[in-house]
Write a protein that binds this ligand. Structure first.
Ligand SMILES: C=C(O[C@@H]1C=C(C(=O)O)C=C[C@H]1O)C(=O)O
Length: 422
C-alpha cells in the first residue's frame, strides 16, 4: 500500500518505518485527505513515570468526519495491520482538527526509560547546534499584563458568571541552525517528575513536531479504572531550600490559588460523575513539583459504570479543563480568543494514545514548543481569577517558560545560559 500526502509519499509495506520519497504527481496530492500525514521524521514518544511508549512510522490517520473522533478511532482500529492503537495530539480549540494516527511500530516499557540510551533518536553533531537565538514575545509581556487586566474587568462585569480565564502568551524563537527536537526531548526528560513527549505534527512543508514535558495528567484509563491529576495554582521554585519550602507553603495557604484550583477539580468531577461509580478526590489540594515549579494538584479516581467510553472519549469530554481554559468553559474560550492575540495550536491541548481496548493516557499539552526547522514557538499560561495581579501572572508565565528555555540552553531574551557558556 502506498499512501500519499503533501510533499512526501510513504510506503507502508517497506521494511523501514521512516522511509519516504519525493512527491507524487500533484493531482494525487490534491485528492489526499488533509489529515493524512507522511512518515514522521521523529517518532511519537511519551515517557511518563508509569511507562515509556515509543511509536514509529505511520500507517493511517484518523480522517476528519461527522462521527465523533472516538467512534472514528474505533472503526480505524477494528481492522487492518499494525499496532491496534492511535497516538497523537488534540488541539486547544475545537475548530482545529485533531491529529491522531496509527503508527507502524510500537515499543512499550514499564516505568521511565532513559531516552538517551534506550531509544536511538537522531543525534546532531555538537558543532551543528544553534549559536544565536532571536526571541520575540507574542504578545509582549506588557500586552499580556494588559490582557490580564482586561480579563479581570470582564469577569467583574460578566453576566455569564465568568470566574476563571486562563491567559497565555508565546515566545517565537528563531535560531541560526535547525533546532534539534531529539536533543530537546532528552534534556526535558531528565526531570523525572514530568511526562516528556514528542508528537510529529501534520505538515505540508518542513517536518513539524510538538516537544514538551508536562506535569499534568488529563485522564488515564485502564479497564474501568479512570484517573486524572489536575493542577492549578503555581509558584516558581527557589534555589535555596528554605526559600523553596516557603514558596510551597505560601502556595498551599493562598486563598486565590486554592479557588483557582477548585474550579478545575469541580469541573472534572462534574464531567466524570454521570459516567462513574466510586468517584473520589481529596477535599484539600496537595503540593506537587517539577524541577522548576510548585503546583497545587488533586488526584481524582473513579470507576466507569460501563466500559464503552474509551480514554480518547474521556479526554474529549474533559478537554479543555479550567486548568487551560476557564469557567464557564464557553465564555472563557471566547475571552481567550478575544484577549490572547495568537493561535494556541496544539499548546494547551492534549497528547497521548488510545488502544482498541479503550485503555489509554492523555496528558495536558503544556510546557511545550512547536518546532519546525530553525523556528520554535513556546507558550505558557496562567489562570486568572478575581484577585489576580497582572504583573504576578506575567512572572508566572516566565517561570513556566523556564523548563523549555533551560532545556534549549537560553534565557527569555535568547542569551545562552551561564552553564551553557562554561
Ligand atoms: C497553562 C499552563 O499551566 C496550567 C495552569 C496552571 C496555573 O494557572 O497555575 C498550573 C498548571 C497548569 O494546569 C501552562 O503551563 O502553560
Amino acid at each position: 500500500m502506498t499512501v500519499s500526502h503533501g510533499a512526501m509519499r510513504w510506503r507502508a509495506g517497506a521494511a523501514r518505518t521512516d522511509s519516504f520519497e519525493a512527491a507524487p504527481a500533484p493531482g494525487r496530492v490534491a485528492d489526499a485527505a488533509p489529515s493524512l500525514s507522511p512518515a514522521p521524521a521523529m517518532p511519537f514518544v511519551l515517557a511518563s513515570t508509569g511507562e515509556t511508549l515509543v511509536a514509529r512510522g505511520w500507517l493511517e490517520s484518523v480522517a476528519e468526519g461527522l462521527e465523533p473522533p472516538g467512534a472514528r478511532v474505533r472503526r480505524l482500529l477494528a481492522g487492518g495491520e499494525g499496532p491496534r492503537l492511535v497516538v497523537g495530539a488534540l488541539p486547544f480549540a475545537a475548530q482545529v482538527p485533531a491529529h491522531l494516527y496509527r503508527p507502524a511500530e510500537l515499543s512499550r516499557r514499564p516505568g521511565r526509560s532513559d531516552l538517551a540510551s534506550s531509544f536511538p533518536l537522531p543525534r546532531r553533531a555538537e558543532s551543528a547546534r544553534p549559536a544565536r537565538w532571536q526571541v520575540t514575545p507574542e504578545p509582549t509581556l506588557a500586552a499580556y499584563e494588559a490582557a490580564v487586566a482586561a480579563a479581570l474587568v470582564r469577569m467583574a462585569q460578566s453576566q455569564e458568571g465568568l470566574r476563571k480565564i486562563v491567559l497565555s502568551r508565546s515566545l517565537k524563537i528563531l535560531a541560526d541552525r535547525p533546532i534539534d527536537a531529539a536533543a530537546l526531548l532528552r534534556a526535558l526528560a531528565r526531570d523525572v517528575s514530568v511526562a516528556a513527549f514528542c508528537v510529529p505534527l501534520p505538515s505540508a512543508g518542513a517536518p513539524r513536531v510538538l516537544v514538551g514535558a508536562t506535569p499534568e495528567l488529563l485522564v488515564s484509563k485502564r479497564g474501568r479504572d479512570v484517573t486524572s491529576h489536575p493542577l492549578a495554582g503555581s509558584s516558581r521554585r527557589a534555589r535555596a531550600a528554605a526559600a523553596d519550602r516557603a514558596a510551597a507553603q505560601a502556595l498551599l495557604g493562598s486563598e486565590k490559588d486554592r479557588r483557582e484550583h477548585r474550579e478545575v477539580v469541580e469541573a472534572i468531577l462534574d464531567q466524570l460523575a454521570p459516567h462513574c461509580t466510586d468517584l473520589a478526590a481529596p477535599g484539600e489540594p496537595e503540593l506537587t513539583s517539577t524541577a522548576s515549579m510548585w503546583h497545587l494538584g488533586t488526584p481524582i479516581a473513579g470507576r466507569l459504570r460501563d466500559d464503552t467510553l474509551s480514554a480518547l472519549d474521556l479526554a474529549l469530554l474533559l478537554h479543555p479543563t479550567p486548568a487551560v481554559c476557564g469557567t464557564p468553559r464557553a465564555a472563557a474560550a471566547r475571552a481567550i480568543a478575544e484577549l490572547e492575540g495568537y493561535e494556541r495550536g496544539f499548546y494547551a491541548g492534549a497528547v497521548g494514545w488510545c488502544e482498541a481496548s479503550g485503555d489509554g493516557d492523555w496528558h495536558v499539552a503544556i510546557r511545550c514548543a512547536e518546532l519546525s526547522g530553525c523556528e520554535a514557538r513556546l507558550s505558557a499560561g496562567a489562570g486568572i481569577v478575581a484577585g489576580s495581579d497582572p504583573a504576578a501572572e506575567g512572572e508566572e508565565t516566565s517561570a513556566k517558560f523556564a523548563a523549555l528555555l533551560t532545556a534549549l540552553g537560553i534565557d527569555e531574551k535568547g542569551a545562552p545560559l551561564m552553564e551553557e557558556r562554561a
